[in-house]
Design a binder for this molecule. Structure first.
Ligand code: GLN
Length: 248
């Protein structure tokens, strides 16, 4: 069994160590004897999503988002990505990448950066950046899971009826700091504001993505359990720290 992960825009969209999510996915596969290949796709480079099980896009600054938006919308990439999600592709998108998979991001300077409309969601920059540790309660296929991350964004994202949130904010701001939601889920595509990197500290979510990716290829066996004591300790530390600080 082999999983192929498409890393979208590794040079333009990689802040706060979002690349760590790929390291986490590939290690957790390798530790279980699942081969994992990461294919990097930058601006101007073609991609065949039908040969991938997972696509990943990290966060970025507004300027990079503009260039990536052009590339997604002025080539077939945006349409191909939407079609592949319709066909079961697993997607993880963080912050600026998440915003680009929604309808649009209205940046602080008034520019409207177009998204591909995979998520029924839109984003508008606010005056104050939303920064700090974030703790959410997510529902991963009926299993309630506490997840932690670090957020730093000007954008406020609002969800339409075509998506459901990834989770409920316990501490931090999440999508917009108002409605208590964080992230979005559409089919097997996930978006969220959680940097950190996210997956190393939230192995249950990493395994959820791996399971969905294997299912895409018809492999439904349970994953071999791994020793996650270190990961769990890291997550517990962040949860304790965030709960002690309280909401800002
Ligand atoms: N530029 C976007 C914002 O500030 C995304 C930032 C990020 O990816 N951390 O909302």
């Amino acid at each position: 069994m082999k999983l192929r992960i498409c890393h979208l825009y590794p040079l333009s969209m990689n802040i706060y160590g979002d690349r760590g999510n790929l390291i986490s996915l590939s290690r957790r596969c390798e530790w279980r004897g699942i081969e994992c290949e990461i294919v990097q796709v930058g601006i101007g480079q073609p991609v065949d999503f039908t040969g991938c099980e997972i696509a990943f896009i990290g966060g970025g600054q507004d300027r990079q988002q503009l260039a990536v938006s052009d590339d997604l919308l002025n080539t077939e990439k945006g349409d191909d990505l939407r079609a592949a999600v319709g066909d079961g592709l697993v997607v993880l998108s963080i912050c600026g990448g998440y915003q680009l998979l929604g309808e649009h991001f209205l940046a602080g300077d008034g520019r409207k950066i177009a998204g591909i409309g995979l998520f029924d969601a839109w984003t508008e920059a606010g005056a104050r950046r939303l920064i700090g540790d974030i703790v959410i309660e997510a529902d991963l296929d009926g299993v309630s899971t506490t997840m932690v991350g670090f957020e730093n964004h000007s954008g406020r994202t609002y969800l339409g009826p075509g998506v459901r949130p990834l989770g409920k904010v316990i501490r931090g701001f999440g999508n917009n700091g108002q409605d208590g939601t964080e992230g979005a889920i559409y089919r097997n595509a996930f978006g969220c504001y959680m940097h950190g990197s996210l997956l190393p500290k939230n192995p249950a979510f990493a395994d959820h993505l791996i399971r969905l990716a294997l299912l895409r290829r018809g492999y439904g066996e349970p994953l071999t359990p791994l020793d996650d004591r270190l990961e769990d300790a890291a997550r517990t530390t962040v949860v304790r720290r965030a709960l002690a600080v309280g909401n800002r």
